[in-house]
Design a protein around this ligand. Structure first.
Ligand SMILES: C[S@@+](CC[C@H](N)C(=O)[O-])C[C@H]1O[C@@H](n2cnc3c(N)ncnc32)[C@H](O)[C@@H]1O
Length: 293
C-alpha cells in the first residue's frame, strides 16, 4: 500500500510563500556571497548570453527574488527597454525594489510584480524574452506555465532558464542527505515540485519542448559559494535555503540545533581548502529556447 499523500497545491503554495517570506531577510544578509562573481552571476550570464537582450527589448524575469537576472538585463535594454521583475514573495521583491532604486539604470522602465507564476497570464506576443533563474522547479505545473509564458513572447522571442542539478552536483544541498538520515525521513515523491524537481536535463528539455518551444538547447553553469568556515556555510543554509530548513521546521529546538551541528561537522568537510575556507560548487542546468510563434 502506498503511503504517499496526494499533492495539495493550495497547501504547497501557502508553505512556499511563507518559506520565502521567512528567507528574505537571510537573502538580504548573504547578498554579497550570492552575488559574488563566481556565484549566481555565473548562471545569469549564461541566461543573458542565450537571450541577447537588445536596447528597447521587453523582458520578463519570473521568480526574480532579489531582482536577478532581470536587473542585470535592464542595463542591456537601455535606452527604451522594459523589464518586469516578478515573484511570488512580496518580501523577496522588497529586496528587488531596493536594488532597483539603487541601480543606475538609465532610460529603462522596471515594473515589480508580485504573483504566482503558475497563475500568470500575459498579453499575447509582446515580450522579447522570458528569463528565470533557479525557480522553474518550484512550479506546480512547469509545462502548463511555460506554455502561458510562451504565449507572452513575440514570434522568435527567447526563453532562458536555469534549474539545479541533482544532489551530488549541488554541494550546498549536502545537508539534505544528513538531515534525512538523522531524522529518518523518506525522500519526497518524484513528481513533486522542489529543489531537485527539474534536476534531470532530459526532463528539463522535455518540459520546455512540451510547452511548444523550439530550438531547445540545454547547457550547464556552476555557481560557487564561498565561506570563511564550515559554521558560516551552515549559517548561510539556515538563513537562505527554505527547501532545506523546511525539513526541520516541526522539530524541537534542541533536535534542530543538534542536527545543524552535525551538518557543520560533516557536510562541508570535502570542500574545505588549506586556507580553511569552504567553497561549494553548485551545478545548474540551463535551457534556452525559441517561441516559433
Ligand atoms: C532560489 S530563489 C531565486 C531568486 C532569483 N531568481 C535568483 O536567481 O537569485 C527562488 C525564487 O522563486 C520564487 N518562486 C517560487 N515559486 C514561485 C512561483 N510559483 N511564482 C513566482 N515566483 C516563485 C521564490 O519566491 C523565490 O524568490
Amino acid at each position: 500500500m502506498s503511503t504517499q499523500t496526494a499533492f495539495d497545491e493550495h497547501a504547497y503554495k501557502t508553505d512556499l510563500r511563507r518559506e520565502w517570506r521567512e528567507a528574505a531577510p537571510g537573502w538580504q544578509r548573504w547578498l554579497e556571497v550570492l552575488e559574488a562573481d563566481s556565484a549566481m552571476p555565473q548562471l545569469g550570464r549564461w541566461l543573458l548570453e542565450a537571450v541577447q537582450p537588445q536596447p528597447g527589448d521587453r523582458i520578463l524575469d519570473v521568480g526574480t527574488g532579489y531582482g536577478e537576472p532581470g536587473l542585470t538585463a535592464a542595463s542591456a535594454v537601455a535606452p527604451g527597454g522594459h523589464v518586469t521583475l516578478q515573484d511570488l514573495s512580496g518580501e523577496m521583491l522588497a529586496l528587488a525594489h531596493d536594488r532597483t532604486a539603487r541601480a543606475a539604470l538609465g532610460d529603462v522602465e522596471v515594473d515589480i510584480v508580485e504573483g504566482d507564476a503558475d497563475e500568470l497570464t500575459l498579453p499575447d506576443g509582446r515580450l522579447d524574452a522570458v528569463i528565470s533563474r533557479s525557480m522553474l522547479m518550484y512550479l506546480a505545473d512547469p509545462a502548463a506555465t511555460l506554455t502561458r509564458l510562451r504565449a507572452g513572447l513575440r514570434r522568435g522571442g527567447r526563453l532562458a532558464a536555469s534549474t539545479w542539478s541533482g544532489p551530488e552536483e549541488v554541494t550546498m544541498a549536502s545537508p539534505v542527505a544528513i538531515i534525512r538520515r538523522l531524522l529518518d525521513l523518506a525522500p519526497p515523491p518524484a513528481d513533486r515540485p522542489g529543489l531537485f524537481a527539474l534536476s534531470d536535463p532530459q526532463r528539463l528539455r522535455e518540459v520546455v519542448t512540451a510547452a511548444g518551444f523550439t530550438e531547445v538547447e540545454v547547457g550547464t553553469a556552476t555557481a560557487v559559494f564561498e565561506f570563511d568556515s564550515p559554521a558560516e556555510a551552515t549559517r548561510f543554509m539556515r538563513d537562505c535555503a527554505p527547501p532545506v530548513t523546511a525539513l526541520l521546521e516541526h522539530e524541537p529546538t534542541e533536535v534542530r540545533e543538534r542536527v545543524w551541528q552535525r551538518v557543520t561537522d560533516e557536510a562541508w568537510e570535502p570542500y574545505v581548502g588549506d586556507d580553511g575556507r569552504v567553497r561549494l560548487p553548485n551545478l545548474a542546468h540551463c535551457v534556452a529556447a525559441t517561441n516559433p510563434g
